[in-house]
Write a protein that binds this ligand. Structure first.
Ligand SMILES: [Zn+2]
Length: 192
């Protein structure tokens, strides 16, 4: 499979995206606008963790949702076009934010930090419901990162499908505090 490399934005550092040579696989303008908007929501200290985004072609893995290898985020053909990532009034790609949460987790060893806390807040975070196919502890960290950025930084309420009460009120604050106290946010002035 041949790939075309492009730059998402003219504003440095920008983000490179790859798309296949098949025109039917190319992202639409609205998909690119939403991805760019989402990229700027990532704290600047974390942006360099990603190398590039791959807009996967029809029929390529993953078939739905997204994936990553620690430096590259793969967005399935389906997810880029899914309602989840194209909700009117919410210009953010939820799948990208979740996958970026995995990148941050791997880079800063957030899951390991949370497990080592051995406290109620850490355990509650690791026990949060999750709808995806993989049921690893890291999924909770990726969700927490995604929801923190959405709700607290962008001010966009997010209904967690598997565990709606986990990210409301005090329960949400407790989970965000664990994330903000982790090495991923050391030295970053957290806003909430
Ligand atoms: Zn995940």
């Amino acid at each position: 499979m041949a790939w075309i490399h492009k730059r998402l934005t003219s504003v440095p550092p920008g983000l490179e995206y790859w798309t296949t040579t098949h025109e039917r696989d190319w992202p639409e303008e609205s998909h690119l606008r939403i991805l760019e908007n989402t990229f700027w929501l990532i704290p600047s200290q974390h942006r360099s963790i990603i190398d590039h985004v791959e807009f996967r072609g029809r029929g390529q893995q993953p078939r739905s949702g997204g994936g990553n290898n620690g430096h590259v985020i793969r967005l399935s053909h389906e997810s880029v076009r899914a309602r989840l990532n194209n909700t009117p009034g919410r210009e953010f790609n939820i799948t990208f934010l979740h996958e970026f949460g995995h990148l941050v987790d791997m880079h800063y060893q957030v899951t390991r930090y949370v497990m080592r806390r051995r406290d109620a807040a850490g355990r509650a975070l690791l026990r949060t419901g999750h709808t995806g196919v993989t049921q690893m502890a890291g999924e909770r960290i990726a969700d927490c990162y995604m929801i923190y950025l959405l709700q607290e930084l962008a001010g966009v309420p997010y209904q967690h499908p598997a565990d709606p009460s986990a990210y409301r009120g005090e329960q949400a604050r407790d989970r965000f505090d664990v994330l903000l106290q982790s090495p991923a946010f050391a030295g970053i002035a957290a806003s909430r």
